[in-house]
Design a protein around this ligand. Sequence first.
Ligand code: HEC
Ligand code: HEC
Length: 303
Amino acid sequence: MSIYKKLLIASVSALFCSVAHAESTYVSIQPLFQQHCLLCHSGQHAAAGLSLDSYEGIKKGSLRGSVVKASDPEGSELIRRLKGNSQPRMPMTGPPFLTDAEINRVAAWIKAGLPKGQTAANGSQNVASSNKPDAGKPVNYTHVAPIFARRCVKCHTERGLMGSAPEGYLLNSYAATLSAGDRVRIIPGNSAASELYRRIKGYSMPRMPHDGPPYLSADEIALIAGWINDGARDSSGRKAPIPTGARVRFEGQLNALWNVDGATLIITGNTRIKKIPRPGDRVRVEGWVNAQGQVEVERIRRR
Ligand code: HEC
Ligand code: HEC
């Protein structure tokens, strides 16, 4: 073999070694966090109290405790969340989730004992404070999920600040947020009749978030309204189906016969009207969603 070939082989294998090494440092995997996690896991309202924007933040962990155990990827909550062994799977906006290769890179870093890496690229990254769709594009779940993650999930989760989720309503995944369960809180295409919107707007009481003020900003409320009105799309932009037949329940102010804070009510021969309400009265409405995404009222009564 010529000396040149030998040199070539030597330098190529040196290159591979340094790549393999670089793959397993915080510095080398940090771009993954930057791209997929910081939207929710950074700053003052970091989701679950977990900041993934610095080496120290990751080692410190969440409100529940540490999320990485040096040399033990399988025992690390971070890996369990990325794989879906712990729910909700991360990132909360998924699917899509990280690829197996990406998860393996994070696991290899933990396995290697959490080395920090060479460059000084540490400390908080600048994260866009707003997460809005590009002009002309519809709002989807990736735009609103960070608001729920930062402001709502601390209570609307299993074992949250108030114990089990209030009213059994989880806001920690797309499926849970849209779930019909005992009743729906989101009617795609109809924000005015959606209890989630009514609560952040203060039409239904108590207003959300329950630990406000501060409540959501006008921009955040408008973004969520736009998301619901445009079909409550998932992360890949698919509209949610109308939950025909699902139950609905809310309270609000009757503006006109029959409209409650902008929500049009369908009154039929089967509707039971109790304590005849007049415009201006607070009312309680119970009904179900018809195929057009409107509320057919079973019972309405003055409060
Ligand atoms: C859209 C917001 C959002 C994104 C993006 C996101 N997360 Fe989360 N994450 C949350 C929320 C909210 C929770 C709390 C869930 C719960 O308790 O129900 C959480 C919880 C976690 C936990 C568990 C903390 C504990 O101790 O219970 C880990 C670990 C985690 N996330 C890692 C990640 C990683 C890694 C990424 C990126 C690949 C990521 N998350 C992306 C919102 C998000
Ligand atoms: C500090 C805890 C807490 C936070 C944070 C919080 N909530 Fe709530 N949420 C509650 C409690 C408690 C209730 C039940 C209140 C009641 O109706 O008496 C509730 C009820 C609700 C309901 C009504 C469920 C139903 O159908 O009866 C919705 C919708 C809701 N919250 C949405 C949200 C949203 C959206 C956010 C974030 C913007 C949020 N919540 C933040 C505690 C919280």
